[in-house]
Design a protein around this ligand. Sequence first.
Ligand SMILES: [Zn+2]
Length: 403
Amino acid sequence: MIIRNYASCNTCREKYILRAGVGTEKYQLHSFDCKTCGLPISVVVRANPPSAYFQAEENVTIEEHEDKNAIVINLHPFFAFNKDEIHDRMALPSLLYMNKITPYLRFVSNRKFLGIETQDTGLQFNVPNASHLWTTVKNIFLLKNGDGQDKRIKKAIEYYEKQRQKYFSETRVSTPKEVAINFFDSLFYPRFEQLVKPVIELIYSIKDNHPEKFANFLQFYLDNLQAQHNRQYLSIFSDYFKIYNQLSQVVVHSRIGDEDVDDKIIGSKDFENVKLYYGQAYESITSFFVVFACLNNIFLGRDYDQFQSMTLSKYMKDVSKEKRANPFEHTKQFYTFTDGLDSTLRNGSHHASIWRDGENIFYRSGGTGAQREIAYSRYLHLCNKLTISLAALFIVELELKDI
Ligand SMILES: [Zn+2]
């Protein structure tokens, strides 16, 4: 469903027709640059399906009547726009994207209509109110660390199950791990499972071929890495869901492995809140690579802490983040997780030496300080790629004990 309303910029009085796609999200914050004065305008879409309306947030007044010279602004929480569509009063991005999504849809019969099961394709490729649901997922893993928390965990898992059953009646989850798999798989398939499956298979074969070495690694992992990694995962995913309304606009592309993003126009732009995320995601994933590095040592017949030419403590202390994946660069199942890593962009994002001008992002690398440029849509796309890899790695780590 698309809703529309009229608005004007509080700074320069430029008139707008706002059009926004509304799904199951109850709250959508959208920001865009005023076409005339350039200052940011923010509006909120509040929805209680089937009704929805715009609310003024910053530098904008919602108007009663249409102005005949008004500029159309298209906004959608899950899709970006082509250049010729962004100001088109008839644009329907969901139709365009449906062609991209359809080949990947799983059949899930989630609704009964006159006693016949039907499917809603829109819901299949989305987790309604994902940011809100993430809080529940996070709490389940936070509670896991406490004593005597079993009842509270059970309650939170039941709450999660109930929320998902509203849309997929067959949802069944009974452990924290099952909740995490259900959540991230629903949010990020098919890319998510394309990452997870081959790695799990490889780890099974590593354990089969080197059971003692694997047991030693698992002990080391549980004693030294697990708790710290768990905290880091919960923290980076919480950062992601704070800015999910920005990143969700292009997430389809990273899910289906579609690189056709550079010409896409992002309707809602809130760069101030996403500019540091890439650097944070980069830091997190490269620090978690220690798990793959150790497993790769065993895969090659060595002890988990023995690299070709260094020890594990040297790897953890001295190897810089951009070289953390080098030891397993020939093991495809692990190395695929580096897709989207760019150390120059990381330096720009990490040191806040990054800014937006219109549809582009500019950043300075370390060293020579040369200025680089990418489309805003690609910046968001890369953030999503790293996040899907992080989610897959999170599940792989949760599986380690059960392999
Ligand atoms: Zn203005």
